[in-house]
Design a protein around this ligand. Structure first.
Ligand code: NAD
Length: 259
């Protein structure tokens, strides 16, 4: 068996960071090389903590980043310059942040996914099939719910679901997207996809796509009951990406849903 991949976890003190430390330790093809947190943040006893990202990347194979968009963009450039592959789960990225990931992918294998769970990636595949099979007689709506600390809305997963639905209909998403409704909004146009956002408590993540027809409706829901599933998906992605050439990859490829 080849040596385990040496993994760096950036944002190790965060909600996802703590899960990632455990998921990396548990994955047979991964070993935790170093963890990076802000100076004032505590990490579990025994965690190999690096003083900086630069120091952590020394001798590493893959950087896993679940932080904030500004941190992600800077970390991607640094990892690329050191030849370290990237697995990024941070959401709320702008076009500029995505450009930073694309630039990194010219030098190192790079994967970004707004949701690393197996169930969500299977759901994206189902949405495409349902939107195509049901056709335009069914109105498309989406709801999502997350814990009170979540910084971005709608979630990165919801945005990906919206893209999949719009693509299946052949609609430009920016023309059909409707964020919530209030007041005298009038009748719903057929060419629209509505999205509603709920925030509160400790909800790990819930997403529902609704296909609303006359006389019937289909609802496809994914519920995450633990953040561990995202971290396990990230560890799996790290193990997979270590063997790839430079390029931009998706979770569908890691899970074998797409070539
Ligand atoms: P969080 O706020 O609990 O954790 C983020 C951590 O990153 C914090 O501890 C923060 O201090 C740290 N951080 C930011 N910049 C840093 C830097 N320069 N150096 C060191 N540490 C730094 O947030 P969270 O709930 O863990 O979520 C993090 C991101 O992951 C969010 O964008 C969230 O939407 C996303 N997320 C993605 C998935 C997925 O499957 N792709 C799943 C869950 C969450």
């Amino acid at each position: 068996m080849s040596a385990p991949l040496r993994i760096v976890v950036l944002g190790a003190a965060g909600r996802m960071g703590r899960e990632l430390l455990q998921a990396v330790a548990a994955h047979p093809a991964c070993a935790l090389h170093a963890a990076v947190a802000r100076p004032h943040q505590e990490l579990p006893p025994g965690t190999p903590r690096a003083a900086s990202l630069e120091a952590a990347l020394e001798g590493a194979d893959v950087l896993i980043d679940f932080t904030r968009p500004e941190t992600t963009a800077a970390a991607a450039a640094l990892a690329a310059s050191r030849g370290v592959a990237l697995v990024v789960g941070t959401t709320g990225l702008t076009l500029e942040h995505h450009a930073a990931l694309r630039a990194a992918s010219a030098q190192v294998p790079t994967l970004w996914a707004p949701n690393m769970s197996l169930g969500v990636n299977a759901m994206l595949w189902l949405l495409q099939a349902a939107a195509t099979a049901l056709g335009e007689g069914f109105d498309l709506e989406l709801t999502e719910a997350h814990h009170r600390h979540k910084a971005d809305a709608p979630s990165g997963t919801a945005l990906r679901m919206l893209e999949v639905l719009a693509e299946a209909r052949g609609w430009p998403l920016d023309e059909v997207l409707c964020h919530g409704r209030q007041g005298q909004v009038g009748a719903r146009p057929a060419r629209q996809i509505g999205v509603q956002v709920v925030r509160g408590g400790d909800v790990a993540g819930e997403h529902t796509a609704l296909f609303l027809g006359d006389g019937e409706r289909l609802e496809i829901t994914h519920r995450a009951s633990s953040r561990a599933v995202f971290a396990q998906g990230a560890a799996r992605a790290a193990a997979w990406i270590g063997a790839q050439p430079p390029g931009l990859y998706t979770m569908e490829q890691v899970l074998g849903l797409k070539k």
